[in-house]
Ligand binder design. Structure first.
Ligand code: AP5
Length: 225
């Protein structure tokens, strides 16, 4: 299954991508994580991306398209993948369509997390993750079971993202409205858009995602029968 996750910063894309990855055993391709890794490793892409990301703006389409094209050719993507944070502009969406067509592939679904923008600053500013394994938490909505200890790996160090400060979050939300929101009609016109209520509690959003994806699997099965 090939899935695109859509929604503004803090909508819950990464949170639900983790569940989808484990349920369907397909990799989560987060362009944000790839760029943060490039920044941490001091690569050329990382050097170009650092200031742009810290300002809450979008990294250039050419750089992102090249990263994704290379990543989807890796063997772990053969059975499908989750695109988390890509595409983010109509140019990236067109590039994705071409990338897939060149490989004889197609997208199964574009899943939108519909949220109230007013709630997002609170969601994002409360976010933190385990410094060892990357598992995500929230001060209020998803605390570790034991305070200060990661549920997954037992790590005791946690980090917060630099671009999660309120001023930068505002710039990221504006970039989403201007450059990414136009992708909703783009995917709707192609019959690929499905929407879930991203304001519900995390477990309820997961149940709605599961229902959408099970229907997609069923439709695919029927089409291939
Ligand atoms: P990226 O890393 O993709 O960030 P983003 O899209 O801004 O999304 P977030 O990771 O902030 O939010 P999310 O929707 O994953 O929410 P999460 O699940 O963590 O991009 C960062 C930067 O990289 C961009 O600004 C840009 O500069 C660059 N970039 C990346 N891709 C690019 C591209 N394609 N083109 C150009 N530039 C690109 O949830 C947030 C918090 O809320 C968590 O703490 C979670 O526990 C909590 N939460 C989640 N769901 C719920 C719920 N239902 N109820 C309550 N709390 C919840």
């Amino acid at each position: 299954m090939r899935i695109v996750l859509l929604g503004p910063p803090g909508a819950g894309k990464g949170t639900q991508a983790g569940w989808i990855r484990d349920r369907y055993r397909i990799p989560q391709l987060s362009t944000g994580d790839m760029l943060r890794a490039a920044v941490a490793n001091g690569t050329e892409v990382g050097r170009q991306a650092k200031a742009i990301m810290e300002a809450g703006k979008l990294v250039s389409d050419d750089v992102i398209n090249a990263i994704v094209a290379e990543r989807i050719d890796q063997p772990d993507c053969a059975g499908g993948f989750i695109l988390d944070g890509f595409p983010r502009t109509t140019q990236q969406a067109a590039a994705l369509e071409q990338m897939l067509a060149e490989r004889g592939l197609a997208l199964d679904v574009a899943l939108e997390f519909k949220v109230d923008p007013a709630a997002l600053v609170e969601r994002i500013s409360g976010r933190f993750s385990c410094a060892s394994c990357g598992t995500g938490y929230h001060d209020q909505f998803r605390r570790p079971k034991v305070d200060g200890v990661c549920d997954v790996c037992g790590g005791t160090e946690f980090v917060r993202r630099k671009d999660d400060q309120p001023e930068t979050v505002q710039a990221r939300l504006e970039a989403y409205e201007a450059q990414t929101a136009p992708l909703l009609p783009y995917f709707r016109e192609r019959g690929l858009l499905r929407t879930v209520d991203g304001m519900a509690p995390i477990e309820e959003v997961t149940a709605a995602v599961a229902a959408v994806l099970e229907a997609v699997v069923k439709d695919d099965g029927a089409a291939n029968a």
